[in-house]
Design a protein around this ligand. Structure first.
Ligand code: SAM
Length: 225
């Protein structure tokens, strides 16, 4: 897929700056990310990793306690994982984490960066089996970095996620501002609205490239009515 010239010229200086620090790990991660994007643009879905600001916005108001499970979809090189790991080391002590990432090169980076965390080199479509294989209970939170708007299986992924979440659980994903009106982004919002008990849109987070909305789908604690 050819790059949009606007995107290419906007992003190039950022990569030049990053790559000039040849020994810097973030520079290597950005380069790996860009290479994987060029090889597989629809499944990677972004030219560069999300920012810390987007990571924090994704976790805003998320209260978890020891024994709860948090699943991350499409962890990439770990930009959102970093924000999650920060919380796991502080107010989320005892929360269990499972990251699911299909790209082997990204899994190698993730395991090196976060040796305490469990990563499955797998498809998120298999989330129920992956949880069962680890004897993990229903997750309280699923945090997604997937480029859902490009994925043909987006409806199934959202519905399957709602199926595995615990009552009171939350699914969070993001959607780039410039894609807001595309068919894929509209479908993601409408499926989330139809699937969860509450759907809300937050942001946009401007300190991200590109700026992005955070989408939240929440399951009610009462599943009887
Ligand atoms: C936009 S990147 C996000 C990376 C990182 N979370 C971030 O926000 O910077 C999307 C990631 O989802 C992964 N991915 C795409 N489809 C997947 C699937 N079906 N199962 C697991 N991972 C998938 C890609 O390999 C890629 O690492």
């Amino acid at each position: 897929m050819a790059l949009d010239p606007l995107v290419a010229t906007t992003v190039a200086p950022r990569f030049r700056t990053t790559m000039s620090t040849t020994t810097a790990e973030p520079g290597r991660q950005s380069l790996l990310f860009l290479k994987r994007f060029l090889r597989n643009p629809r499944e990677v879905g972004a030219l560069c990793p999300s920012t810390r600001q987007l990571g924090r916005a994704m976790l805003d108001d998320l209260e978890l306690s020891a024994g709860d499970v948090l699943v991350e979809y499409g962890a990439g090189t770990g930009s959102l994982t970093e924000a999650i790991d920060e919380r796991l080391r502080t107010d989320w002590a005892g929360v269990r984490y499972l990251g699911i990432e299909r790209e082997p090169g990204f899994c190698t980076v993730l395991r090196r960066r976060f040796p305490r965390l469990d990563f499955a080199e797998a498809q998120v479509e298999d989330v129920a089996d992956l949880l069962a294989a680890r004897d993990l209970p229903a997750p309280r939170a699923v945090i997604s970095g997937l480029p859902l708007i490009f994925l043909p299986a987006r409806r199934q992924i959202i519905e399957a996620t709602a199926g595995v979440l615990a009552p009171g659980g939350t699914f969070r994903t993001f959607s780039y501002v410039q894609s807001y009106v595309t068919g894929g982004a509209r479908e993601v919002r409408s499926v989330m609205r139809a699937t969860f008990d509450a759907f809300t849109l937050h942001g946009p987070v401007l300190r991200n490239f590109p700026p992005a909305f955070v989408l939240r789908g929440d399951k009610s604690t009462d599943r009887t009515g």
